[in-house]
Design a protein around this ligand. Structure first.
Ligand code: PGA
Length: 246
């Protein structure tokens, strides 16, 4: 089945408004960029009339209220943001986001027409202990059990092994493919096989121009979530180009 491919730049806590504008001026073709909150308005403005989609890296699990420092889905929608990353491993580990909280965030995204990009992944210790399947199944059940097959049609999943994020060591194409297939099987059990076949599953963790083609050639890998290598326009563009060609 032909699934849409997504190449999403996750800039994390990098780039000012000026740097964001300059990056966008240098990118051609379809792109998905997730700048920090402070650069979102500039990014949306700079991307007008292009094929560049702007997303946020996070959103509040609450709709509104006394939550100092938080940003709601409604505020993101108001800015013209079209997608949002949810449950990135840095959010899970550094900011203690639980599967329940991630589930609420997905609800807030859907209420505001934002495409959720839901991140899952196991740590090195969990993989070594043979717990990968269990960890991924728990994360998927915890985040997705309150959704229907119809909801799933607007979701994107990102499998990011925690040990591959920011380390320069990506999963091998074989290992990533095996795990993506496993994730699709779990989704098939939770929803339906057809829904699982339609769901784009991106790989994340040290994707760069040198390994994009071989990773994207795998049948169950439908794009990439890219951190470090997405900060330079040429590097991001190469990853997309090589990934799409393979
Ligand atoms: P990385 O980050 O490409 O720098 O490994 C990926 C991510 O955290 O989404």
């Amino acid at each position: 089945m032909e699934r849409k491919q997504f190449f999403i730049a996750n800039w994390k806590m990098h780039k000012t408004c000026g740097e964001t504008k300059s990056f966008i001026e240098q990118v051609q073709g379809e792109a998905y960029l997730a700048p920090p909150f402070t650069a979102l308005a500039t990014a949306v403005e700079s991307a007008k009339g292009s094929q560049i989609h702007i997303g946020a890296q996070n959103l509040s699990d609450q709709a509104s209220g006394a939550f100092t420092g938080e940003v709601s889905g409604e505020m993101l929608k108001d800015l013209g943001v079209s997608f949002v990353l949810i449950g990135h491993s840095e959010r899970r580990t550094l900011y203690h986001e639980s599967d329940e909280m991630i589930s609420r965030k997905i609800h807030r995204a859907l209420e505001n027409g934002l495409m959720p990009v839901i991140c899952i992944g196991e740590s090195a210790a969990q993989r070594q202990a043979g717990q990968t399947h269990h960890v991924l199944e728990t994360q998927l059940k915890g985040a997705l059990s309150s959704f229907t097959t119809d909801h799933l049609a607007s979701f994107v999943l990102a499998y990011e092994p925690v040990w591959a994020i920011g380390t320069g060591v990506s999963a091998t194409p074989d290992m990533a493919q095996e795990t993506h297939k496993e994730v699709r099987r779990i989704i098939g059990e939770l929803f339906s096989e057809e829904a699982a076949m339609r769901l784009p599953i991106l790989y994340g963790g040290s994707v760069k121009p040198e390994n994009s083609a071989e990773l994207m050639a795998e049948p169950d890998i439908d794009g990439a979530l890219i951190g470090g290598a997405s900060l330079v326009p040429d590097s991001y563009t190469q990853i997309v180009k090589k990934g799409l060609q393979s």
